[in-house]
Design a protein. Structure first.
Length: 280
């Protein structure tokens, strides 16, 4: 991922906020300000990843439309090169500029195979690259180019359909994942503000199984230390739960970054609010 200006702004802002947290060192606000700074620094990268995922999906959808238009044109007897040139001004969303460049290259006399490879390289999408390779080989091999293109278009359409069906089938699991995580947050907060204060000062590190030598007495644990550990638990759980949700729903861990970011922010905000109102 190329680091852009917005990323540097996020990094600098995150470092500034994290640095300010040390002014509150020793108070209950320290770790919340520190983590808030970390979230600010990471946010631009997550948002960029989400944007790239959206653009990738739109590229595949628009490429499907492009192949359908190309098939219809070739069916009428128009050569594939001429068909592409004729589609130069048609709207294809994020692919419009790439289709226009492809048409311009063909108009300038650049071989179709070379122009298609440049087209695939510019789009930088695995599905598009595989399909472009098939179209290029079909054009070289001759035969009924219309039928070959139609088969390619059907294959692309089937791939797109399967992705959408998978996403729809798994959508309930995505909702369940969010619900389960919210229940987990509630359980942790109940332990933090109700159960832990009840046993704080009564239980010791020995009674909790970490006292070292039996009969040595142990030391009372502080509720604040356990609360801090609970915050880390929520953030880590949110990170990996989001990645799992993304893998299940969209088949790509990278797509789960948006879910991870949402769950981490949600857990951070809830934990921060709970500590402000109930932390004492």
């Amino acid at each position: 991922m190329e680091i852009k200006k917005i990323h540097w702004i996020g990094i600098i802002a995150g470092l500034v906020v994290s640095g300010l947290s040390f002014l509150f060192q020793g108070s209950r606000f320290f770790f919340f300000i520190l983590w808030f700074g970390i979230i600010i620094g990471v946010a631009p990268f997550v948002l960029t990843t989400i944007q790239q995922t959206r653009v990738t999906t739109e590229k595949e959808e628009m490429f499907l439309e492009f192949t359908r238009n190309l098939v219809e044109s070739v069916r009428t007897g128009t050569p594939i090169s001429k068909s592409i040139v004729n589609m130069k001004k048609k709207p294809f969303g994020v692919l419009s500029k790439h289709v226009e460049k492809l048409a311009n290259q063909i108009s300038l006399g650049i071989p179709l195979g070379t122009a298609l490879q440049t087209f695939a390289h510019d789009i930088n999408n695995n599905t598009v690259s595989r399909t472009i390779t098939l179209i290029g080989q079909a054009e070289k091999g001759g035969g009924n180019i219309g039928e070959i293109l139609e088969s390619v278009a059907k294959a692309v359409a089937m791939t797109d359909k399967l992705k959408k069906e998978r996403k729809a089938a798994i959508s309930t699991l995505t909702v369940q994942g969010y619900i389960i995580f919210i229940v987990f947050i509630v359980i942790v907060l109940v332990m933090q503000f109700y159960i832990i204060p009840m046993i704080s000062g009564i239980a010791t590190t020995e009674t909790l199984g970490v006292g070292g030598i039996p009969g040595g007495g142990g030391t009372p644990f502080e509720a604040g230390e356990v609360s801090q550990a609970f915050l880390y638990l929520l953030l880590i759980q949110g990170l990996f739960s989001g990645l799992t949700i993304g893998k299940l729903s969209e088949g790509d861990i990278k797509a789960g970054l948006k879910h991870s970011f949402a769950l981490v922010v949600l857990s951070f905000m809830i934990a921060a609010a709970a500590n402000i109102f109930f932390g004492g």
